[in-house]
Design a protein around this ligand. Sequence first.
Ligand code: FAD
Length: 384
Amino acid sequence: MEQVYDAIVVGAGIMGCSTAYHLVKNNQRTLLLEQFPLPHTRGSSHGQSRIIRRAYGTEGDHFTEMMPEAYKLWNTLQRDSGTPLFRRTGILFCGTEGEPFMTDVPKSLRKHSMSFTSLDSSALREKYPMLRYPSDTVAVEDQSGGILFSDKSLAAFQKEFVKNGGTLRDNEPVVDVLPGDIVIVKTNNGSYRGRNLVLTVGPWATKVLPTLGVQLPLKAVRVGVFYWKEKIPGTYGVDNFPVIIQEFGSRHNHYYGIPCHEYPGLFKFCYHLGPEVDPDNRDDVDESWVLKKTSACVENNFPLLEPVPAIVESCIYTVTPDHNCILDRHPTMRNIVIGAGFSGHGFKLAPVVGKLLCELVMNRKPSYDMSPFRIDRFHKSSKL
Ligand SMILES: Cc1cc2nc3c(=O)[nH]c(=O)nc-3n(C[C@H](O)[C@H](O)[C@H](O)COP(=O)(O)OP(=O)(O)OC[C@H]3O[C@@H](n4cnc5c(N)ncnc54)[C@H](O)[C@@H]3O)c2cc1C
């Protein structure tokens, strides 16, 4: 008789790997299935770096609340795997004085008794002369922020999962799911049985969830990842320059930058939006407007960078209308748990997300208020 897993996790991006890791740590017999050979660059979790920060605006206050535990769990993973996963650089939020983007972040940090420094426009110019912003630009500096080594984090979760008894099968796309008390999961290579199923399929949630009767307002969005060459080596280097998040006027002018460390002398600077795509055909879309917009921003704000990117890569965000993720059970098939819609900011939260999805599988009381993450928030006004 075929074995029955306590949980089958579909998707070995950062959320699936973290969930599978928490499940085996809690003695659950767990199978983690991934459609592509690992590592791959077709989803949302590839690349060398992601920003980690405690600070969210007031709309994301529930994420600020989770961050102390996220830092703690990243440290545990770092220690257990023996792999450095984090580099502290500090993080600088820049924007127009008085705008919500610049008032909400300190409000949320203050509420959670987290320290930060405010820089007025002249202090900002004095401390960072390599930035050129409009004269009414102010900044908030959070020294706890920095860079997560995303490729190493993913590999560390996978290694710890297998070390603790988990089964990882890559190059094995799930092609069908037969719900029931025992869920049957069919792949290109066979079929598996599980008491619980976790779907952490990243941008493929737009395709997989409707086949299980779950309609969610999710959008897969292609994001250009651009690296810009320093005109003077060391100007925006990881030893003397922080991570930057800037927003002027609205989310449509939201960018982030990571100091040179992935590729020597290249500063990573990207726009936070992009065109909607089909994850199976993500290169079949015109993103020239993103490059043009980002290039203009680099030219205006980073005078010591060449305004033409030296390297162009890409990645996919899975965006929800409120930019909150979905961490919930399937509305009718209660042993199917869904983690989706991490909206371009989920990586840093992955250890806590994995813990919460594991708690849902194990029917434990969740460690945080789950109301911002429920599926029914999208249907509250519906009369259906
Ligand atoms: C350019 C970019 C920059 C970002 N920057 C930051 C940042 O600075 N800080 C931050 O916190 N977050 C950031 N994020 C967001 C973060 O990276 C994502 O929220 C996170 O990686 C989402 O992970 P995931 O596991 O949900 O998705 P994925 O990584 O896409 O994983 C889903 C996996 O499921 C697999 N899969 C899908 N369908 C099947 C199937 N049928 N069978 C088997 N396997 C399947 C896929 O192949 C994939 O490996 C960024 C994202 C991008 C794209």
